[in-house]
Design a protein. Structure first.
Length: 433
């Protein structure tokens, strides 16, 4: 029986596994490394966060994004946007050098068994673990406007469903949303020869300002400190004090997770977007209908006027919703038994990221209602990995030593039979990230 099985091999899963191995735990890491970043980000996208706040976390503090760039003869500079492909390659490099071997399998079910868990995969026999950390990323939690669900599937998609936007060249595409994903998707569509338009409920678009230099006069730095989530004291608190956010009342935590760091476009995108993408702001989507091979959106403007917009395709860049009900790989009875935060869409977690079910830990988006908005960004991986592994060690200590355990990390590992680099397209369980 393993000490810990980490499910998901994105920035959070890789960081947790690296810290667990460094702590001497017998750890297995399951998933496709950096899958969300490699498979669900269109070509040409850039990282919105600053490079220095986008490090994965190893227990020795090494294997940073800057370290990776140095191996490639490049520099990750403050104030210079970094291509998503470079960040994805960095994650793969981190997986090879700082984390345990990633076993590319599809986890289909996590079920309680005795004082631990049984993990079933599509590729081989089940694994047994004393503790489990779910770091499944954002893809299970894709959010669509309800009106789009009336459409045939081919008429609409989510912004995370595209790697190559060139397929829309020459077509009218309606993009829904007002955040970075919507704005950058629309800009890339225009640059690929499509005719995009942006539809948003908000009355205006927000754009981030050019970041202040890292080296500033002391008084200015004190008034507006840099942090992993931006400049200013509010962002600094969300970024650097997730433990303090968790101590707030549940209702406050939920509100902060939902509203802090609202939709905004990166400063470097504005000149690419504004000249090329027409916008309909303050418009609410009321209904969507298929008209032959095209789609008609029925909108309501702020003044109550009805507006119709026809498009060849609709892309919803409407984010992700942390909702336990969508985590289908987790046993339904276990899901139903978990204590939740506020409205019940996310697990209520202890200081070590442990849920109300002993030995079951969470990381990433589902933890934002407990620890705040930094859990929606790569920057939160460092805080999560250290705290979560300490929580795992505390739980393992409470259960006593594993029979036959030497207390150290495994010198070899047993591969899951039938492991392969991906999962079949259309598999009901999404890739683990």
């Amino acid at each position: 029986m393993e000490d810990l099985v980490v499910i998901g091999a994105g920035p959070y899963g890789l960081s947790i596994a690296a810290h667990a191995a460094g702590a001497g735990l017998n750890v297995r890491l399951l998933g496709r490394p950096m899958a969300s970043w490699r498979d669900h980000m269109p070509d040409g996208m850039y990282l919105k966060s600053e490079p220095w706040s986008s490090n994965l976390s190893a227990p020795d503090g090494r294997h940073t994004l800057a370290d990776y760039c140095a191996t490639r003869g490049t520099v990750a500079e403050h104030g210079t946007p970094l291509p998503i492909d470079t960040f994805s390659a960095y994650g793969m490099w981190f997986a090879r050098h700082a984390a345990p071997e990633v076993e590319e399998v599809t986890v289909t079910e996590v079920t309680p068994q005795g004082e631990g868990f049984r993990i079933r995969t599509a590729e081989g026999p089940p694994l047994l673990a004393r503790t489990v950390a779910l770091a499944v990323g954002v893809m299970p939690f894709v959010q669509y406007p309800e009106a789009l669900r009336e459409l045939p599937p081919g008429h609409y998609s989510h912004s995370s469903g595209h790697r190559d936007l060139a397929r829309f060249a020459g077509q009218e595409v309606a993009v829904l949303g007002a955040g970075q994903a919507a704005l950058e998707t629309a800009a890339l569509l225009a640059e690929q020869g499509a005719r995009p338009s942006l539809v948003a409920r908000r009355p205006r678009l927000n754009w981030n300002t050019v970041p202040q230099p890292l080296g500033r006069p002391p008084l200015r730095a004190l008034r507006e400190p840099h942090s992993g989530l931006g400049t200013g004291w509010r962002s600094w608190v969300w970024s650097e004090l997730p433990w303090a956010v968790r101590r707030l009342p549940a209702q406050s935590r939920e509100r902060i997770a939902a509203t802090a760091l609202g939709p905004a476009g990166a400063w470097w995108l504005r000149d690419r977007f504004e000249p090329r993408v027409p916008v309909l702001l303050g418009h609410e989507l009321r209904r969507a209908a298929a008209v032959g091979e095209r789609t008609r959106l029925e909108l309501t403007a702020a003044d109550g006027q009805s507006v119709a917009l026809d498009a060849a395709h609709v892309i919803a860049a409407t984010g992700f919703s942390p909702d336990l009900a969508r985590l289908e790989l987790l046993d339904a009875g276990l899901r139903a038994a978990l204590a939740t935060v506020g409205s019940g869409r996310a697990p209520d977690l202890g200081p070590g990221f442990e849920s109300s079910w002993p030995g079951l830990f969470f990381a990433g988006l589902l933890t934002a209602p407990s620890f705040g908005p930094s859990m929606r960004f790569v920057h939160g991986a460092g805080f999560t990995a250290g705290r979560l592994v300490r929580g795992v060690r505390k739980r393992l200590g409470a259960r006593g030593p594993r029979p036959g355990s030497s207390g150290g990390a495994r010198s070899g590992r047993v591969a899951v039979p039938g492991r392969r680099p991906g999962v079949p397209p259309g598999h009901p369980k999404t890739y683990l990230r």
